[in-house]
Write a protein that binds this ligand. Structure first.
Ligand code: ADP
Ligand code: MG
Length: 503
């Protein structure tokens, strides 16, 4: 196996530049084959398409990337995996360097076609799944991600109940709360909690059959069972009903899918009656799941319902610290706080920012010729602005009272004053454009500046449904994102100043 390369290194480094294109492709293909099962296949395709080996000199492999984004991602996120995979194939490799070569973007002869790899991988992955988590024959499931544990779930006041419920379920599956229903917006830790439950149960008892699936995956399973005829349906039912713990993520996507809901309803009942644990997550509470069978909704309501919120500033700081520790980089507490203050949309976004920062820090550490990038305040603000998060620093105004002491009403009054509208009408029913806009701005401020949950904001704004609030807040966010120095941001700044009495 590549023995001749090893021999050549020791002889004369230069000879390596003579590694032929075919040899490079062959080596890269082997490395990719080793790497693929360890990545999500969408990530694998996204980040490894059109990458190549540029050189292998001595113990250093230089990987060519079609763009700067790919280079950053590989260096930041996949470096360890890639290095391990490379060493598995070629133990001499000690370093990997990443270079951008834009001409790779169009593919061409130098590139290994990923299609030739995935077949091998699928098989390997399936084998690993069967070995890793006990899965019934032919039952498709996604592996639990071992990264999602209770230990690295940082808990704030907002999530305490959800975490406690999840832990109780993991400790006594089928006995504590059944079903457990967790809901909340995107990127707030639902999947993390669900997977932590699965991981914890398996940690204690490897023989438990834990299935983590999404409602989309469940739907696909149902569809393919139906296509396969009676026998296949019976098999499908039998398989799902054998599990000890059924975890279904993003159940909202079952809406409107009649036969899938029917199947799920029966599976649910069988498992529930047998005392098997069911855990469900959704983006909203059961009663708001439009398009879902009433009988399913009532089943969900019969158990424990807990929500996850965007955490308050202190918790966000703790979360950023956790992410920073995971990335093994150093950030000053001032920077940690700046990031935690600025990113209020979701924990996923917080994670994204820390990953980006870590990528830059690492790239800068690795290279001697590239210019040094340090996580200074200016640089971090730059990262935040680029990812559409700098609102906090931009909305900052001279203030005499802490913004935390404000309420929704303060923003409503500020909007009324600024736009010369009636405050009661702003929280009222009218859909008139100017009222709706003033309302949305005030909601965005309540969300962003006060960290209020959507439910709470809905309540303060004439008892509106939380999805309506989410929609309005998102609309304003999109306006800011599209035009980072536009009118909307100007208005938000003015409203905030008014609410703070600063003008
Ligand atoms: P959701 O399923 O609600 O959309 P995820 O569970 O996928 O969100 O969370 C997004 C990311 O944020 C994941 O990387 C997850 O590990 C991380 N995360 C979410 N909540 C927490 C938390 N409380 N502590 C630590 N990490 C968290
Ligand atoms: Mg999720």
């Amino acid at each position: 196996m590549l023995g001749n390369f090893i021999f050549l290194y020791n002889e004369d480094r230069k000879i390596h530049s003579k590694m032929t294109l075919e040899e490079k492709k062959d080596l890269w293909k082997k490395i990719l084959t080793a790497l693929e099962p360890q990545m999500r296949s969408s990530d694998f395709r996204t980040w490894l398409s059109n990458t190549v080996i540029i050189t292998l000199e001595h113990d250093k492999l230089t990987v060519g990337c079609p763009s700067d984004i790919v280079r950053t991602q590989l260096a930041a996120k996949y470096h360890q995996l890639l290095l391990k995979a490379a060493q598995g194939v070629e133990p001499n490799i000690a370093f990997i360097d990443y270079e951008v070569d834009n001409s790779l973007a169009d593919g061409g002869d130098r590139v290994v076609s990923l299609g030739t790899i995935t077949g091998v991988i699928k098989r390997a992955l399936r084998k690993e799944q069967v070995e890793g988590v006990r899965v019934a024959d032919g039952l498709t499931t996604r592996m639990l991600n071992p990264e999602y544990t209770f230990e690295n779930f940082v808990v704030g006041a907002e999530d305490r109940i959800a975490l406690a419920a999840a832990q109780a379920v993991a400790d006594r599956p089928g006995k504590a709360y059944n079903p457990l229903f967790i809901y909340g917006g995107v990127g707030l830790g639902k999947t993390h909690l669900l997977q932590a439950i699965g991981n914890q149960i398996l940690k204690k008892d490897r023989n438990k059959m834990v299935i983590y699936t999404t409602s989309e995956k469940f739907t696909n399973d149902v569809i393919s069972a139906i296509r396969g005829g009676v026998k296949k349906i019976d098999k499908f039912r039998a398989q799902y009903r054998k599990v000890d713990v059924l975890i279904v993520d993003d159940i909202q996507f079952l809406a409107g899918k009649k036969s899938t809901m029917e199947e799920f309803f029966h599976t649910f009942n069988v498992l529930h009656e047998a005392g098997k644990q069911i855990v469900i997550a959704a983006d909203r509470p059961p009663r708001e799941l439009v398009g879902l069978d009433d009988r399913l909704v009532s089943r969900f309501q019969s158990g424990m319902i807990a929500d996850v919120y965007i955490p308050n500033l202190e918790t966000r700081i703790a979360i950023v610290q956790e992410f920073v520790a995971r990335e093994k980089i150093l950030l000053s507490s001032e920077i940690v706080e700046l990031v935690a203050k600025s990113v209020k949309t979701s924990i996923r976004d917080l994670r994204g920012i820390v990953t980006q920062i870590a990528a830059r820090v690492r790239l800068s550490e690795q290279s001697s010729d590239r210019e040094l990038w340090a996580p200074t305040r200016e640089n971090i603000i730059d990262v935040l602005v680029r990812s559409g998060n700098a609102v906090v620093t931009q909305v900052n105004v001279q203030q005499s009272i802490p913004v935390e002491s404000l309420t929704c009403d303060d923003f409503v009054r500020a909007a009324a004053d600024y736009f010369q509208l009636n405050a009661t009408e702003i929280v009222g029913e009218s859909r008139k454009k100017e009222l709706a806009h003033a309302r949305s701005l005030a909601m965005w401020l309540a969300r962003s500046e006060l960290n209020f949950g959507f439910e709470k904001i809905g309540h303060a704004f004439g008892n509106r449904n939380h999805t309506t609030v989410m929609h309005s807040v998102r609309k304003i966010q999109e306006e800011i994102d599209q035009e980072p120095n536009g009118v909307t941001l100007e208005q938000l700044r003015a409203l905030k100043a008014k609410a703070l009495g600063a003008n």
